[in-house]
Write a protein that binds this ligand. Structure first.
Ligand code: PLP
Length: 287
């Protein structure tokens, strides 16, 4: 089966799909994106992802020449054409193609570029990984000051994640100048303290307000747990009872080691695993 990708109104074969060299995504990372999970052929929390996409577009003042309401139809068709049962949909919108200039091109003459792709992923592999948990490293947060906007300008995150991989870890937990953890390179960071309280950084301009993070917050009451949105330090994280990350690509993934320090004796924590187990029961599922 040939994979297809949607680019500006056409479904193209994946290997032949082209983006113009002067697309502003390439020149300036002048683009925003979303990643939505596909589970059993259905979309998980699609509405919330598309609301965040709209927010990101507004924050960078990108006006599209198409209605965002068409996106769910294109997503569905892309998933269907690629026969993705479990995996992810990637959506990217850039400020279109124009001669290189820092100033916004005239929106009336420059249609935005919309790309939508779908990729299959075996969910069992992630479930297996969650039983063992993952290692994270701590790394300075070198990103720009608006990581609440989901832009494709991800070089600092790429470098942090690469460093983590090179050190035998799976994710980098980014810390600010005061040594507080903000979030992961591509995930939100959580700890559980000895009172079984879940703690994660407030959703201000220093982090991306994860849709999976919001899902976990919703579930806490189901499990009679409490959560606190407050910054926590590297030291506090290393002393935590449990730790985990959240992201659409990982759901809830237990963390069993932070730098050289084991968390929960190097085993996936029961609260993290329970949150993972019930996550989809409380997510918004659309066809
Ligand atoms: N934080 C960052 C920096 C991310 O890149 C991501 C996901 O890509 C997340 C958090 C988690 O967001 P979500 O749960 O919406 O996937």
């Amino acid at each position: 089966m040939t994979r297809t990708i949607y680019v500006n109104g056409c479904y193209q074969s994946f290997i032949n799909a082209l983006l113009h060299v002067e697309d502003r995504a390439t020149l300036f990372a002048d683009a925003v994106y979303e990643v939505v999970e596909v589970k059993a052929g259905k979309l998980v929390d699609q509405e919330a992802h598309l609301e965040r996409l709209e927010r990101s577009l507004n924050e960078i003042r990108l006006v599209t020449d198409f209605s965002l309401r068409t996106i769910p139809f294109i997503i569905r068709e892309t998933v269907r054409r690629n026969r993705v049962k479990n995996g992810y949909v990637y959506i990217q919108i850039s400020r279109g193609c124009a001669p290189r200039d820092f100033i916004f091109p005239n929106a009336n003459e420059t249609p935005a570029t919309l790309i939508i792709s779908a990729r299959a992923k075996n969910p069992l592999k992630l479930d297996e990984k969650s039983k063992k948990g993952i290692k994270v490293i701590t790394h300075p947060d070198l990103r720009w000051k608006r990581p609440d906007i989901k832009t494709t300008g991800l070089l600092a995150s790429v470098l942090a994640r690469q460093t983590a991989i090179e050190q035998g870890a799976e994710e980098a937990w980014l810390y600010n100048e005061d040594k507080f953890i903000t979030e992961g390179a591509a995930s939100n960071a959580w700890i559980v303290n000895t009172q079984d309280e879940l703690i994660t950084h407030p959703a201000n301009q220093s982090i991306l307000k994860g849709i999976t993070r919001e899902g976990v917050i919703r579930i806490t009451s189901e499990l009679n747990l409490t959560y606190k949105e407050r910054p926590f330090t590297i030291e506090e994280a290393k002393e935590a009872k449990e730790a985990f990350i959240t992201a659409a690509t990982n759901l809830v993934m237990p963390v069993t080691q932070i730098d050289e320090k084991s968390v929960n004796d190097g085993k996936s924590g029961p609260i993290s695993l329970k949150l993972r187990e019930i996550f989809h029961e409380f997510a918004q599922i659309s066809y």
